[in-house]
Ligand binder design. Structure first.
Ligand code: PAF
Length: 279
């Protein structure tokens, strides 16, 4: 595997490649990321991964400084997956001058859910993903459903901006007890780790109630948040949304059987976890 940090060198290395499958990451790779690499392999060749902890998508009080950086271990894992190039730019390589041009998602999709609780987050994601796509020029790029809103925003962005990159969605990789794998899980204490699957259980509760015909969304969301709060969580939201635009479903949408997803974000101790489940 070639490890490349300069944009020019990356372009030279990949020039003429028409079927590149790309997986952007922020490192601290776990089985969830590796499952993205395996899916990428099915959709293209060569597989290119990136590791870049993107300051632009972190708020001033978020964990940019302490975000886990485990470069050597990551390299070994990617090598085992047969990744052809790892693009691992420094901040100076990626942002040699202040990044004044930004790509912003539209308000409806960008300011709801995660966008409401993490202002600026999706602007930072769209900007770096656009820049990474411009460097790698992939034919396909793989994003996990774990970050459901991110996946949807990136997919819409690629379509609306006419990017030649198809966005492939990968299923969420879960531990045996249901907890979605995430780099931030490593912040959990032992007791918190034991409690953490309750988030996915709550999503399942909501999905099962909906499937059983309980359509009072407002009441369901509140009950789910209350239940989590009683267990010691601080929920930001548990929200049932339409899959196609992540807006709340109207009574008409429910009657027509629109496809739905329930999304959640909640803090356990100081760790903020997100998860979702398609209903
Ligand atoms: O999902 C992530 O790890 C990041 O948001 C991404 C897509 C690599 C952009 O920095």
């Amino acid at each position: 595997m070639k490890i490349i940090s300069s944009i020019q060198e990356l372009r030279d290395q990949l020039s003429g490649q028409l079927r590149t499958a790309f997986v952007p990451t922020m490192g601290n790779l776990h089985e969830g990321h590796l499952s993205l690499m395996r899916l990428a392999r099915k959709h293209g060749d060569p597989v290119v991964a990136s590791i870049f902890v993107n300051r632009l998508q972190f708020g001033p009080n978020e964990d940019f400084e302490k975000y886990p950086r485990t470069f050597q271990a990551d390299v070994e894992k990617l090598e085992k997956e047969g990744v052809y190039v790892l693009f691992a730019p420094t901040e100076k390589d990626m942002y040699p001058e202040p990044q004044e041009y930004r790509v912003q998602p539209p308000d409806g999709l960008g300011n709801t859910l995660e966008g409401e609780f993490r202002p600026g987050f999706f602007g930072g994601v769209c900007t770096v993903v656009t820049k990474l796509f411009s460097c790698v020029q992939p034919r396909v790029a793989v994003f996990g459903k774990k970050d459901y809103q991110q996946l949807m925003i990136v997919r819409n962005m690629a379509r609306q901006l006419g990017m030649p990159t198809e966005i492939i969605a990968a299923e969420t990789y879960r531990a045996e007890d249901g907890l979605a794998l995430s780099s931030r899980n490593m912040y959990l204490s032992e007791t918190e780790r034991a409690e953490a699957p309750a988030l996915f259980q709550t999503l399942n509760f909501v999905a099962n109630e909906m499937r059983a015909g309980h359509l009072d969304i407002f009441q369901l969301e509140h009950k789910a948040m209350d239940d989590l709060a009683k267990r010691g969580w601080k929920p930001d939201y548990i929200s049932i949304r339409k899959r196609n635009d992540l807006q709340p479903p109207s009574a008409g949408d429910l009657a027509q059987g629109s496809e739905l997803v329930v999304l959640a974000a909640a803090k356990l101790g100081t760790t903020r976890l997100i998860d979702n489940l398609e209903i």
